[in-house]
Ligand binder design. Structure first.
Ligand code: NAD
Ligand code: MG
Length: 303
């Protein structure tokens, strides 16, 4: 169960220091890519708190990594705001994904599950077409999936590992956006999940951090390129957020135990705390924002 003290609803007058649990956390690790349902405590994606008000009524969204973390938070919020939502994830994440599909359908919207590995260009093309066929179109693409593995030394990173991180984090968005673009009408939105790592890289995230610099960079170039087509491109740059990525990425137990404690708010973020940013960047109310990167890092980092 998600911890019950959290109220992520925008209307609540909530002290941000107390929205989620603080370190120390229980030591835990899972094999990559990990499952939200097996984390202790379970992350809060806004399951019991997000309330929609029709801000995305009738919209059609594809979210990669929509089974858990920020992707799940966006999927729940989008559905409750009136959008139909397709999610992509790895086959090992079926249990998390089915919970999300149930939540989308409970909101009265169409939920489409499309498992598969984004490291394949063919699969990326199939994913976009399958989503379009099932949803009857597409106007929001959230490129959110990523691979993150911690390595104390560059000498520990094999070419195969480096390649997999680049394929997932840099090539997949390239392939997905190329496949989606011919179908996106003016008013559509592309959102990339980047990271505070783009501008303040950690010593043990040599490969991952540079992919996030690339993500921030493509958000800015593509926003300029696609403005004349009426398509906005923005990024979200989270700080330390309590998601499976963190317990399946090879972080040391000492680091995990203190996760998020170094931020001014003194705790990691919960994925649901970023849902409102993904909604703002997708909805027409955000129509003058493009080429921007929105940070949510508990007072640390710089987008
Ligand atoms: P998460 O583990 O919940 O989400 C990552 C998702 O990526 C997984 O659920 C998985 O479905 C997907 N994925 C990974 N490799 C894939 C592949 N080859 N094919 C298909 N899907 C694949 O963790 P999260 O933290 O919510 O991550 C979402 C985004 O947030 C990522 O882009 C990550 O870089 C970014 N981010 C996370 C943090 C953090 O502290 N958690 C901080 C900054 C940025
Ligand atoms: Mg997952």
């Amino acid at each position: 169960m998600a911890f019950s003290s959290t109220d992520l609803s925008p209307a609540a007058l909530t002290d941000p220091q107390t929205v989620g649990p603080k370190p120390p956390f229980e030591r835990q690790s899972q094999p990559w890519p990990g499952l939200a349902r097996d984390m202790r405590p379970r992350p809060d994606h806004g399951e019991s708190s997000y309330r929609g008000s029709g801000r995305l009524a009738g919209r059609k969204a594809l979210i990669t990594g929509g089974d858990s973390g920020m992707g799940r938070a966006a999927a729940i919020a989008y559905a409750r705001e009136g959008a139909d939502v397709a999610i992509n994830y790895l086959p090992d994440e079926e249990a998390d994904a089915q919970e999300v599909i149930d939540l989308i359908r409970a909101a009265g919207r169409t939920g489409v599950a499309i498992p598969g590995d984004l490291c394949s260009e063919d699969f990326c093309k199939t994913l976009v077409q399958t989503a379009i066929d099932a949803l009857g179109g597409l106007d929001i693409l959230v490129s959110n999936a990523a691979r993150q593995q911690t390595h104390a030394s560059i000498l520990d990173i094999s070419t195969e590992e480096f390649d997999r991180t680049m394929k997932t984090n840099i090539y997949a968005p390239f392939w997905l956006i190329k496949a989606a673009l011919p179908h996106l009408a003016p008013g559509s939105a592309i959102i990339g999940t980047t990271s505070e790592q783009a501008t303040d890289p950690s010593e043990d995230l040599y490969d991952y951090a540079q992919t996030k610099a690339a993500t921030t960079n493509y958000v800015r170039s593509l926003a300029k390129q696609l403005a004349s087509r009426g398509i906005r491109v923005n990024g979200v740059a989270p700080g330390p957020i309590w998601t499976p990525l963190q317990v399946s990425g090879g972080a040391t137990m000492e680091k995990l135990e203190q996760f998020g404690g170094q931020t001014p708010l003194g705790r990691p973020g919960q994925p649901g705390e970023l849902a409102g940013i993904y909604v703002l960047l997708a909805e027409s109310g955000g129509s003058y924002a493009t080429g921007q990167v929105y940070g949510a890092a508990g007072g640390s980092g710089m987008p």
